[in-house]
Design a protein around this ligand. Structure first.
Ligand SMILES: [Zn+2]
Length: 86
């Protein structure tokens, strides 16, 4: 199957909302929160990035947006984000 009508703009990899990036602004924001929250888990519980993502994606208490980005990160094999200047 070839898609000849390849569009310039892409859609959010998670919700398919039109976006100029791999993720829409909602999921980008959720990803930002996911990363921020990770630092807490890492420090408190010694979780690795992978363990954290698993925990988040299966936690019913987690907001849907964040859970979706966690699942996305697992599926895509997104590595632990490094923090510039940290
Ligand atoms: Zn999205």
């Amino acid at each position: 199957m070839t898609n000849v009508h390849q569009r310039k703009e892409c859609n959010c990899q998670i919700c398919r909302r039109p976006s100029d990036d791999a993720l829409c602004r909602y999921h980008r924001e959720a990803f930002r929160r996911l990363v921020k929250h990770y630092k807490v888990w890492k420090e408190r519980k010694g979780f690795t990035w992978e363990q954290y993502l698993e925990g988040i994606s299966s936690n019913e208490m987690t907001g849907a947006w964040v859970r979706e980005v966690a699942e996305y990160a697992i599926k895509e094999g997104i590595r632990e984000p490094s923090e510039p200047g940290a």
